[in-house]
Design a protein. Sequence first.
Length: 201
Amino acid sequence: MRNYFLILFCFLLTSSFVHAQERDEDETKGFKKENLFTGGSIALAFGSNSFLVGGTPVFGYSLARWADVGLVFNYNYSSFRDYSVFNDKFRQYVYGGGAFLRLFPVNFLFAQGQIEHDWIKVKYIPPPGFTGESTNKVDVTCILVGGGYCTGRGPDGKGVYGDLAILWDVSKNQNSPYTDYLGRAIPIFRAGIHIPLFQGK
């Protein structure tokens, strides 16, 4: 199933690139270093007896005024209480990376799709007085979709700007770090910054 999502994501990415070349020929004619950017975001998610916090640096390229693509790296910590019995704890340490596509239908709003592969270390802590503490490692592919709002973005799609986004994991993988203890997708809130690496003259 994950291969279908990867193929779809690559198709959308390629289609966006071709469309960008057609609509914004002057902007996308050849590689332009001023279209490179970096930045990142912090993540915060919470649900019933669950909590997640993390950091997500990015490195990307603006295909056109309305489309950005890039690589993303992430590290997240999450914890769950009352995971299987009252007063037990379940903790996750997650690191990974992937790729994203961000489309701007208007200058201050965007839709985002992201695929990432994560390596997860999990630790189960039983209630006080019980035995059974354990540690395990798994890996999982996640498909994040959502959108957000940005402020300070220039009319050419460049410049330093901040953004707020909300994403959900739609992969329905039970090992996803973006689900609660019942396997339900929880909203992921991210606040980030976009920083051009080279300024055009």
